[in-house]
Design a protein around this ligand. Structure first.
Ligand SMILES: NC(=O)c1ccc[n+]([C@@H]2O[C@H](COP(=O)([O-])OP(=O)(O)OC[C@H]3O[C@@H](n4cnc5c(N)ncnc54)[C@H](OP(=O)(O)O)[C@@H]3O)[C@@H](O)[C@H]2O)c1
Length: 242
């Protein structure tokens, strides 16, 4: 599956670098094409800078690493290209609070994931991921061993979730599914599973499992899946395909 990363500021740049260094061939785009061309030079020849429309058309998985407030317009603009794709939403619905901090720009009980899922064109599957981590941790906490750090994700579609879990593993983290898109709020800023939110840190696989087991939605099936994912991360690290 081909992945396109759109927007190369903090999360987009760190994720592109991680995937490229893991050997994944990716497409990258920014509205400033000079920026994506220059950034491609830092990615071991594994990142190919193209325009936004071309990146979406050629990819199976599209990750818009742009501000939450800009994503609805982005979806409208690229509606046709996005049909049938897996879209990964890393967004946190926050803005500066005017006092040096940030505040949530949605009502407390709403999530960016649910709002954006409802805006997707028919056949497009949204997966919430990469929202729970600080950009600097994407490099600093990647590939910890033997106690890898977890990145939580939420998905309604199992196959789409698996495809994104693979990207999480390639980027050096253990993917743990928190449930459907209605659980996105737990991963987003101020959520109980966000590194900068109530959780306040990245957690190990066993800590992550304990946190999810505390949730009534955490099923035996997802526990079995998580164990398989840990093994897959180990195999990636040892250079074995899975
Ligand atoms: N930073 C964090 O701590 C953090 C952590 C987790 C998740 N996130 C989420 O990740 C997303 C990206 O955040 P960020 O801080 O990495 O980046 P950001 O500061 O939001 O910058 C986004 C990048 O994408 C470009 N861009 C904006 N709109 C675009 C469009 N329509 N098409 C193509 N490129 C576009 C921007 O270009 P211009 O400079 O020209 O606007 C910029 O290069 C956000 O949704 C954020 O909530 C951020």
């Amino acid at each position: 599956m081909k992945t396109a990363i759109i927007g190369l500021d903090q999360i987009g740049a760190n994720l592109s670098r991680s995937l490229a260094l893991a050997g994944e061939s990716i497409l990258i785009a920014d509205r400033d094409h000079r920026k994506s061309r220059a950034f491609a030079l830092q990615c071991n020849g594994r990142a190919h800078a193209v325009g936004v429309s071309e990146a979406i058309r050629r990819a199976d998985i599209v990750i818009p690493c742009i501000h939450f407030a800009a994503i609805p317009q982005w979806i409208e603009r690229y509606r046709e290209e996005l049909r049938g794709k897996i879209v990964v939403d890393p967004s946190n619905p926050i803005a500066p609070d005017g006092q040096g901090g940030v505040m949530k720009i949605l009502p407390d009980d709403e999530s960016a994931g649910q709002i954006l899922a409802a805006l997707m064109p028919p056949g497009t599957k949204l997966v919430k991921a990469f929202a729970s981590i600080r950009p600097e941790s994407m490099h600093a906490a990647a590939n910890r061993w033997p106690d890898p750090a977890v990145l939580f994700y939420a998905a309604d579609d199992l196959a789409a979730g698996d495809a994104v879990a693979y990207l999480i593993a390639l980027s050096g983290f253990v993917p743990l599914c928190v449930g459907g898109i209605d659980q996105s709020i737990r991963i987003e800023a101020f959520g109980d599973l966000n590194e900068s939110g109530a959780l306040g840190k990245l957690v190990s696989y066993w800590e992550g499992r304990a946190l999810l087991r505390a949730s009534p939605r955490y099923s035996r099936a997802s526990a079995v899946k998580a164990v398989r994912e840990v093994k897959e991360v180990k195999e990636v690290k040892e250079g074995k395909p899975f």
